[in-house]
Design a protein around this ligand. Structure first.
Ligand code: GLC
Length: 636
């Protein structure tokens, strides 16, 4: 369905709150807009990926933004080379006729996570378990400093998804299934990313995503992957996974992500829209549209939800950006897709590869009147207003001295605090936890106890993440050795031991994944993990299981054989925070921000779903007086 040209200014801007843009800024933008050619306006609406941009095109086409997709890293992947890459594009934009500043965007979703050496914070599902907005505000500020250090001023975060079916590979990007908790934590992160003011030198533009109800899709409703065209899918070819695509598809990959949400309008408004209201009140100036559909209509072409609800009813005055190739998914005819999406209210298009095709298509649409000039002007006015609010027209570069902030001890200490507050103690028979700081050795079993990549998860250095020493940090094993002494920690990667131990700790991780690659029909433990558990069970008096997971796993049948269960989620680079709590230097305080289903039959979450544990559950412990402060983790 193609909407008739819509005049954005005609939509009732019933915003009761004052505009986020000053009258002086509005005059500045109006004057600049009046001098722009159609080509320069369309250039501002175009966001290619950095590996696609031809030298000189930023200036020649007046491109408004460039992004790094997951893993879109310079070589070498260091904070300095990130800054050199981004600064060069900013400088090139400054040579364009009107010198309109470029804004660079990255997925800084748990720290500046593409950058080797950056502080990697816990993923959102763990931060949700902290229930601590002040912590999120401090994480937002620390993340902004590390992002701004590389001359980047736009982070595609926070996701305000409300995952209803945790078989979804993006569950861990959601803070919670409770929209009020999501609203509170997302607003705090936005405030942290902003800092004192949007035009401060280290503010970073958040992108509230993915609009709307991205976490409410129905199993089997996604049409993202066609097995027949896998080989030619440029985006999926970026995703380096340890298994073949076909194997992953057989496990359920891409069954939920980018699918169709069949929730009622009442549910959409009361639940999924709620965090966007909060984010706008917190000052959000950018929203990213979801790939998914609502009641069969793709969000990327949804005029009612984008223009009438988000921009109209909610009074959103920032700009709306598409997701990666999201416009292309609207249909077979690309020109039709562009017309529908821009007329629906899309202001900037993330067009990672064929940006010149997009520019030509929108130019045709504007010249033919299928997209009204007023719609183009509204989009560009929004983009320029946000750049003005960020102070980019002044000095477009940040202070290179900020590079000292990347991976700083202070930020790592903050991440360590966040890890400790994110752990949820779900079972603790006989108070086996916290571990005794003295006495017999501890058996730590499983390769995942000593794997930075496993504890960081997806969106870490690469799009999908991956096992191994992907970035500097402290593994859980290193943290335990720092806390208990190396001689009191015996690591058995496969669980085999020659002797018995009073306590055995088994660390089990999901294989890292991102987006639909992580959709899974089976959330149970693998046969290899079950065998490891049996080996350790046979050789220890007390068995503690710690899960490194992007969502609750189905463990109801195995739980009775365990003395303790800890959900550590995806804690990031500072594994010492795990040891601090396991060894009593910090208390267990985390509480579930998701329901923990009893069985696969209880998925998706719906009235009547049985839970093994409920949202809000979590056992607490006091600080062990005999441990004192944990030693610093040994960075690997
Ligand atoms: C991805 C994700 C989105 C991300 C964007 C840029 O496909 O859906 O969350 O911000 O593309 O990497």
């Amino acid at each position: 369905m193609t909407q008739s040209p819509t005049d954005q200014s005609s939509t009732d801007q019933s915003a009761l709150s004052p505009s986020p843009f000053s009258a002086a800024d509005q005059r500045f933008v109006a004057e600049l807009l009046g001098r722009m050619t159609l080509a320069e306006k369309i250039g501002q609406m175009t966001q290619p990926e950095k590996n696609s941009v031809k030298p000189g095109d930023v200036a020649r086409l007046g491109l408004g933004s460039v992004l790094s997709g997951g893993g879109g890293n310079p070589e070498p992947n260091t904070a300095q080379s990130w800054r050199s890459m981004v600064a060069a594009l900013i400088d090139e934009a400054h040579t364009s006729r009107l010198q309109i500043p470029l804004i660079y965007g990255v997925d800084a979703v748990h720290g500046h996570n593409n950058v080797v050496g950056a502080t990697i914070f816990p993923h959102n599902i763990g931060l949700g378990a902290t229930h601590d907005p002040d912590l999120l505000r401090r994480i937002g500020r620390a993340t902004a400093l590390e992002v701004a250090a590389t001359d980047v001023r736009w982070a595609f975060a926070p996701a305000v998804s409300l995952p209803q079916d945790i078989r979804w590979g993006r569950s861990y990007e959601g803070y919670s299934q409770d929209h009020e908790l999501v609203s509170s934590l997302a607003s705090a992160l936005i405030e942290g990313l902003r800092g004192d003011a949007w035009n401060s030198a280290t503010s970073v533009l958040p992108s509230v995503k993915h609009f709307v109800a991205d976490g409410a899709t129905d199993w089997g409703s996604s049409r993202r992957v066609d097995r027949r065209t896998l080989a030619s899918d440029r985006t999926l070819s970026i995703a380096q996974m340890g298994q073949s695509f076909v194997d992953l598809l057989d496990l359920g990959a891409w069954q939920l992500d980018q699918g169709d949400a069949s929730v009622t309008e009442a549910t959409l408004r009361e639940t999924h829209l709620s965090p966007y209201r909060a984010a706008i009140q917190a000052g959000a100036l950018n929203v990213m549209v979801s790939y998914s559909s609502w009641l069969g209509q793709k969000l990327h072409g949804h005029h009612h939800l984008i223009s009438e609800v988000l921009k109209g009813e909610l009074g959103f005055e920032g700009f709306v950006v598409s997701d990666w190739e999201g416009v292309d998914q609207l249909g077979a005819d690309y020109d039709e897709c562009v017309v529908q999406s821009i007329n629906a209210g899309m202001d900037m298009v993330m067009v990672p590869f064929d940006y010149q095709r997009f520019i030509a298509s929108l130019t045709r649409a504007a010249q033919s009147g299928r997209v009204a000039q007023t719609r183009i002007d509204d989009a560009v006015r929004r983009i320029l207003s946000v750049k003005r609010a960020l102070g980019l027209f002044g000095n477009p570069h940040t202070d290179p001295a900020l590079l000292a902030q990347v991976g700083s001890d202070q930020h790592r200490a903050l991440a360590r605090e966040a890890v400790s507050k994110s752990l949820v103690l779900l079972k603790n028979d006989g108070d086996v936890l916290p571990l005794s700081p003295t006495g017999p050795a501890l058996l730590v079993a499983g390769i995942d106890a000593d794997d930075l990549g496993a504890q960081c998860g997806g969106w870490t250095v690469s799009w999908m993440g991956g096992r191994g020493p992907v970035t500097p940090g402290t593994t859980i094993l290193a943290g335990l050795r720092a806390s208990l002494g190396s001689d009191r920690v015996v690591h058995s990667p496969d669980g085999h031991t020659e002797s018995r131990f009073p306590v055995g700790l088994v660390v089990l991780a999901e294989e890292p994944y991102a987006e639909g690659m992580g959709d899974r029909s089976d959330l149970g433990l693998t046969p290899e993990q079950m065998a490891l558990l049996e080996r350790v069970r046979a050789n220890c008096e007390r068995l503690v299981v710690l899960l490194l997971c992007g969502r609750p796993l189905i463990v109801s049948e195995q739980l009775p054989q365990w003395d303790a269960l800890v959900a550590a989620w995806l804690p990031g680079s500072e594994g010492q925070g795990v040891a601090d709590v396991l060894c009593g230097a910090q208390p267990f305080s985390g509480r579930l921000s998701f329901d923990w289903p009893a069985s696969h039959a209880d998925l998706p979450r719906r009235p009547g779903s049985r839970t093994l544990f409920a949202l809000g559950d979590g056992l607490v412990t006091s600080v062990s007086l005999t441990v004192g402060s944990a030693l610093d983790g040994a960075d690997e």
